[in-house]
Design a protein around this ligand. Structure first.
Ligand code: PLP
Length: 422
């Protein structure tokens, strides 16, 4: 039996995100239609969008010189120079941001960007001190939870909860509770937020950016679902970049997770750090996503397909999933659904749930319905005894419509029974 280093102990053993991706990959690979996979962050297969990727793939394949370079050449560790330039020009054109290729870097998906970035900015320092990443609002993306390599990475703040009507709610940032001192290395949030579907407002984001600048720390905003692509955001909100901010984007939620392509926009210094970490950890990135998407970035099609096809698909789907859930749950169940503002999920809060959300997950799994227990998303909080942590479920609505409907029926039946037995 081998022993593991600190790094190994943290990364080589079981993790929430590891279990989630294993369950997701196995279910998709099994093709078992009896299982209702409402668990992962898998994008939907939207026929019109899938056809577009196929066409781009074929156009590439029909060009032997492109194929030789895309499949046969390593690219520089920061990403293809032409692609980085195209990305910078897109954001300059759309939003007037003063950025160039030197402010853009490619990573193996957004996940890798966070792994490298958060570990580089926070954790253990050579002088023996430790610094943390402030999560201004939780629940927050499960994929951040386990990526610390040296010491615990997060300090999280409880959200404010606004109850709306009988069955709806919304989170907001509790600015009075945000404390930033020397031990905070960065502020980080996803927008739209996985899992809650919350979109932090422009005013909240502005406030965070000011706090970050006053304290000379970066504000990292994860746009995996955000604008301008894939644009799965249902509220009015404006993308913002300042030199103190780090923005991450990804091709995954457009429907290309297999290409493993993440995009970071940041200061030139930060971009050089990431490129260097890419070189050391993986030499170079996958070329395929960049090659497929570049003409669509140059033409602006990446934005039109996001706004005209991808966003409407998920917005409609979110509304349907919401209506089916409301229809299936007994009105006497004290449920609340987070206002659906973006991303791929409904976030269900069952106040006073008689068992924990983790136990509810197990019961649903036995009935062939995979969701994610909400407790995974509340990492970094000082206290473990806040009931809300164990009262929520994340329900992904990207699977086929009939599987989603069936899954929601079973889920609601289990919940109705639990509350009826009280
Ligand atoms: N950030 C958020 C909020 C996500 O939901 C995901 C994936 O689910 C990622 C980042 C990472 O995705 P990828 O590494 O495929 O770009």
């Amino acid at each position: 039996k081998h022993s593991l280093s600190t790094f190994g102990n943290r990364l080589a053993l079981d993790s929430g995100i590891g279990e989630l991706m294993q369950d997701l990959g196995e279910t998709l690979a099994s093709g078992d239609e009896n299982l209702c996979m409402l668990g992962g962050g898998q994008p939907a297969h939207i026929p019109e969008v899938d056809r577009r990727w196929l066409a781009r793939f074929q156009e590439l394949a029909d060009d032997p010189r492109r194929v030789a370079s895309v499949l046969g050449d390593y690219q520089p560790p920061g990403g293809d120079a032409g692609f980085r330039d195209s990305v910078a020009k897109l954001f300059e054109r759309e939003f007037g941001w003063p950025i160039t290729a030197e402010n853009v870097c490619i990573t193996a998906g957004g996940q890798t960007a966070f792994f490298l970035l958060l570990n580089a900015l926070a954790g253990k320092f050579d002088d023996g001190t430790e610094r943390k990443v402030l999560l201004p609002i939780v629940p927050e993306y499960i994929g951040y939870a386990d990526l610390a390599t040296s010491s615990d990475l997060y300090r999280a703040v409880h959200p404010l909860i606004e109850k709306i009507g009988d069955h709806e709610f919304k989170y907001a940032i509790d600015f009075d509770a945000l404390e930033i001192d020397d031990s905070i290395a960065a502020i980080c949030l996803s927008r739209p937020t996985n899992p809650s579907s919350n979109v932090v407002s422009d005013a909240e984001l502005e406030h965070l950016a000011q706090l970050a600048e006053e304290n000379d720390i970066p504000l990292i905003v994860d746009n995996a679902y955000g604008d301008p692509f894939p644009g799965v955001i249902f509220t009015d909100s404006t993308p913002v970049w300042r030199p103190s901010m780090v923005l991450t984007y990804s091709l995954s939620k457009l429907g290309l997770p297999g290409t493993r392509t993440g995009i970071v926009i940041a200061s030139e210094e930060m971009i050089q750090w990431i490129a260097s970490m890419n070189a050391i950890s993986s030499l170079a990135n996958n070329n395929v996503g960049q090659a497929m998407i570049r003409p669509m970035i140059d033409s602006g099609e990446i934005i039109s397909i996001s706004h005209e096809v991808i966003r409407p698909f998920y917005e409609t789907r979110s509304r349907h999933a919401h209506d089916w859930l409301v229809e299936a749950l007994d009105d006497s169940v004290p449920y609340r659904i987070h206002r659906s503002e973006g991303a791929f999920f409904l976030w269900l809060w069952l106040e006073g749930l008689p068992i924990s959300s983790a136990e509810l997950y197990q019961r649903l799994k036995k009935r062939g319905v995979m969701v994610i227990s909400g407790h995974y998303f509340f990492f970094g909080l000082p206290d473990d005894d806040w009931p809300h942590r164990n009262e929520c479920l994340r329900i992904s609505f990207t699977t086929s419509e009939h599987v989603l409907r069936r899954g929601i029926k079973i889920l609601a039946d289990e919940i109705n029974q639990l509350f009826a037995q009280q």
